[in-house]
Design a protein around this ligand. Sequence first.
Ligand code: PEP
Ligand code: MN
Length: 282
Amino acid sequence: MTTRLTHHTNEERQTRPVHISPNVVCGDKALWIVAGPCAVEGPRQLEAVTQTLLPLGVTSLRGGVFKPRTSPYSFQGLGEDGLALMAEMKAQFGMTLVTEVMSIAQIEAMLPVVDVFQVGSRNMQNFELLKALGQIDRPVLLKRGLCASVDEFLWSAEYIMAGGNARVILCERGIRGVDSETRNILDLGAVAVLKQKSHLPVMVDPSHAAGRRDIIADLSRAAIAVGADGLLIETHPTPESSVSDAEQALSFEDFKALMAHIQPIADAMGRPVSQQDVALCH
Ligand code: PEP
Ligand code: MN
């Protein structure tokens, strides 16, 4: 049995930070807060989001341009036009960009623009895609499959790392449960287990776990308290008109309230909320 690359190899059991840009890192002291719309819908939407996030110290913008939708008749994302809009936000405001890759064919167009390649829940076991991402020099945010065990999740990370790409960030986004009160069950026990088993940073996405906006701030606090290295939050200028995941999108007001709500927990855990503060400290 070969040693698993995803597992701790020393007694220290410490998280090994993943560098995203010179000023942005996940798995170090500061939390990595990623926010933005479920899907990129147009320039006005994306600019409004970016301009809201910047003063709050959020350095990474998320936005889907290739969207995995349950129905083939639902909006599938703006594709490369959406990628160009994301690139514009990076050029104008210096945001680092996180977006989902759904197929090997999309990688080439994404490389010049995207800082972190997200693998969605539905693709966690797309092994050919994972192998291809093992060959690129870019961090990968790997989301846990809809029904995946912790071990299956770590084996998927192993595929990327075995190819030579060590910059993998795990993301717990909820697993299928029995209760329709929430879209999924946010498995915070898995976050604790992942931190224990692996040196990889672990993010939490309370938006897709909850599927409803009213409990996202509380789940965010719990995620930080259990040791998550960051949060992935969906926010939209007019949540009710979001083309996808409208029920879980936070308004800007809600997002600002969330940032204030997590502060005391982040302080208690000794984790700065803003990466900009960390950059200033160095
Ligand atoms: C998303 O982040 O927009 C997304 C589709 O997430 P997941 O793969 O976790 O469903
Ligand atoms: Mn979404």
